[in-house]
Design a protein around this ligand. Structure first.
Ligand SMILES: [Zn+2]
Length: 678
């Protein structure tokens, strides 16, 4: 250790850690490795604990600048983060208000009940100290680093702040941000979020704050949990104080005493809720006077001075004019009902999602049908049921289109999935995602062509099809003038594009994004065919005789090469000199060298760390077969949360199961699995 351990030493340590944080977090260029950083941070924590007189609310130990954490630390809430008693009808609400104000009239305020994630933000001497999730109300998780990425959270309060302040708020995601997050998740082939609430929770509980900072989270504060060195008489006064200090504050009504006026305010929120830019699941009524709150106190579960009125999802009847399909960025074909416009919860609805072919079939939804629709927590309304008694005589069962409306390529359903997908390599609806996949490391591995640059190239019109990638040299001088590109990076990029032409055939096959065909299957195909043209001619029956190629894969390969569009992409590749010839042709069975080549897996239930498709892709990439049904021949069943009949069947057949942890472990060390169990 250099020099004596004194205040100057500690300050020096803090200064260094701040620099490292800046470099890592803001400039994305780490100055030290994680281990060294952690050691220094730990030393600082130790010194601060031993010398409370050296404490600094802005110390890097308090405000983590953005390092990825391995786990969240626990926070005990000094003031319990209570939940509210729910009321589900106006009668119940009226009864609550009447009973509570039976002795003395009470001033009430009404607020939106945001459907998000509750957090407590603590400030010491006017500086952000810590932010934690609600957890079970008593203990939450320290998510300070993630909260600090949100620009709406004040890092410092105005002059003359209270010595301590704990504010409660709700972190949420607006409908618009939710939609665009899911679009980009789809583009990158990542899991979609079910609704804005899940998206907000998933974004806030990220171990890497960089992920959180890329998510558009919002905040509304709605309560002062604790304040030292200042006094408030009413709730409204405390909210005014929060607003003056830069906190985004929940929309709130004036204080009213008349119970019917309170009820009108609640109903008014219900009537306009469909027009808000964010989801609310109710309205909260609270006593305004903090003294009254004190007197009323809490039961063991809830405060007696507040209640949450929960809106039931509003349903409306309307008629289906037409059923159309939308092509997502992953090529997924989603059917939508075009409705006679109808007002639901204050907003006009003219579309409803029909999810997929199975959903339509199960509910037997037809064009011309009268249907009940509702808008619940989700952004897009859905069809609840068909009024079959009102069905017009000419209505016929709906059939999904056989070809993609965006590009005309064949539409297929993947094994075990309800969704349908377009197979076109040049489908304009999925252009960007196709390009990202094509250039990615496991595919053509073109350095410098990541999602951000590809997005620019597509937006500027330089790339419309996969073939256009190899036309980029024609635009070299224009590319150099793009903001932030420059001659050197363009030269490097074009070299990488040129270099990718020499990639082995298996990489090209993976890069084309043929549904079901990952790295392992591409390797099999490259060994079975001398070049891509021979593969393009192969019959489905022949393809199915190859290892790791099942009926669905064979059908998918056929559909791909049957598309004239896809063939013209390949002809372009040939003209540009992209290698389409196999250098492994005839070199024996593909999977000999793969560790799991004699294993068969079934994945069931929900895995935390990846989707089922991702898990199956990993299984296949190690040479094993991923099956949809458990049979006596199954080697292992990977059992996630909420696993159903397949797990039961595995137990009945005595087939070994792997929980998620064991599965992840096996992926890391594939050899241990076959050696141990087989
Ligand atoms: Zn298409």
């Amino acid at each position: 250790m250099a020099g004596p351990v004194d205040y100057a030493y500690v300050e020096n340590l803090r200064e260094k850690l701040r620099q490292y944080n800046d470099a890592y977090y803001d400039k994305d260029a780490p100055l030290v490795d994680d281990y060294t950083y952690d050691q220094m941070l730990r030393e600082l924590e130790r010194l601060e604990a031993a010398h409370p007189e050296w404490a600094d609310p802005e110390s890097p130990t308090r405000i983590v600048g953005g390092r990825a954490l391995s786990t969240f630390s626990k926070v005990s809430h000094e003031v319990r983060m209570e939940s509210l008693q729910d009321v589900f009808s106006i009668e119940e609400l009226r009864a609550f208000l009447t009973k509570t104000s039976a002795d003395t009239p009470i001033e009430w305020v009404v607020e939106h009940k945001i459907d998000g994630l509750s957090v407590a933000l603590e400030y010491r001497d006017g500086v952000f100290y810590r932010g934690a999730t609600r957890g079970d109300g008593t203990t939450g998780e320290d998510v300070s680093a993630n909260l600090l990425t949100m620009s709406s959270i004040p890092k410092r309060l105005a002059e003359d702040p209270p010595s301590r302040l704990i504010v409660r708020g709700e972190v949420f995601m607006s409908d618009r941000s939710f939609t665009s997050l899911n679009e980009s998740q789809e583009e990158l082939g990542q899991k979609l979020f079910a609704n804005p609430r899940n998206a907000a929770a998933g974004s806030l509980r990220q171990l890497d704050p960089k992920v959180t900072s890329g998510r558009d989270l919002s905040l509304f504060c709605f309560n002062v949990q604790l304040v030292e060195g200042r006094k408030f008489a009413t709730h409204l006064e405390s909210l005014e104080f929060l607003a003056a200090n830069g906190f985004p504050v929940i929309p709130v009504s004036d204080a009213v005493i008349d119970i019917e006026a309170v009820i009108s305010a609640v109903e008014a929120i219900g009537a306009e809720r469909g027009r808000l830019s964010y989801g609310i699941d109710g309205a909260v009524v609270k006593a305004n006077s903090l003294a009254v709150r004190e007197t009323l106190g809490s039961t063991s579960k809830f405060p007696r001075w507040a209640a949450a009125y929960k809106f039931s999802p509003e349903q409306q009847e309307t008629r289906i004019r037409d059923i159309i399909v939308q092509v997502g960025r992953s090529g997924k074909i989603t059917p939508l009902a075009v409705l006679e416009p109808v007002t639901v919860a204050g907003s006009t609805i003219s579309r409803a999602t029909l999810h997929n072919e199975d959903f339509i079939e199960e509910k037997d939804i037809r064009v011309g049908d009268s249907v009940i629709i509702q808008k619940a927590g989700d952004v897009i309304p859905e069809v609840v049921r068909v009024q079959t008694d009102k069905r017009p005589a000419e209505a016929v069962p709906y059939a999904m289109p056989q070809v993609c409306p965006a590009c005309g390529s064949v539409v297929i359903r993947r094994e075990g999935e309800a969704a349908s997908y377009c197979t076109g390599a040049n489908c304009p609806a999925q252009r960007l995602r196709r390009l990202i996949h094509f250039a990615s490391r496991d595919c053509m591995n073109i350095e410098g062509l990541g999602p951000a640059n590809l997005r620019v190239l597509v937006e500027k019109g330089y790339i419309q099809s996969l073939g256009d990638l190899y036309r980029l040299p024609e635009h070299a001088s224009e590319l150099e003038r793009l903001p932030g590109w420059g001659k050197r990076s363009v030269t490097k990029l074009l070299e990488a594009v040129e270099g990718s032409k020499k990639n082995p055939l298996e990489r090209v096959l993976t890069a084309l994004g043929i549904p079901q065909i990952g790295t392992a299957a591409a390797r099999v195909l490259a060994k079975a065919f001398p070049d891509i043209w021979a593969l393009a001619e192969a019959e489905a029956d022949m393809l199915q005789t190859l290892p790791d190629i099942g009926a669905t894969s064979a059908q998918s390969i056929r559909a791909f090469f049957d598309s004239p569009d896809n063939l013209s992409v390949l002809r372009e590749f040939a003209q540009f000199g992209v290698n389409l010839t196999s250098d492994t042709y005839g070199s024996g069975e593909a999977q000999e060298e793969l560790p799991w080549s004699d294993l068969r897996f079934v994945v069931t239930g929900t895995l935390e760390s990846m989707s089922r498709e991702e898990a199956e892709a990993k299984i296949r990439s190690l040479g094993a077969a991923a099956q949809s049904q458990v049979s006596a021949k199954t080697s292992f069943v990977v059992v996630g949360a909420k696993a159903g009949s397949k797990a039961t069947k595995a137990a009945a057949l005595g087939i070994p199961t792997l929980d998620e942890a064991a599965f992840l472990d096996a992926l890391q060390n594939p050899a241990t699995l076959s050696a141990r169990e087989i």
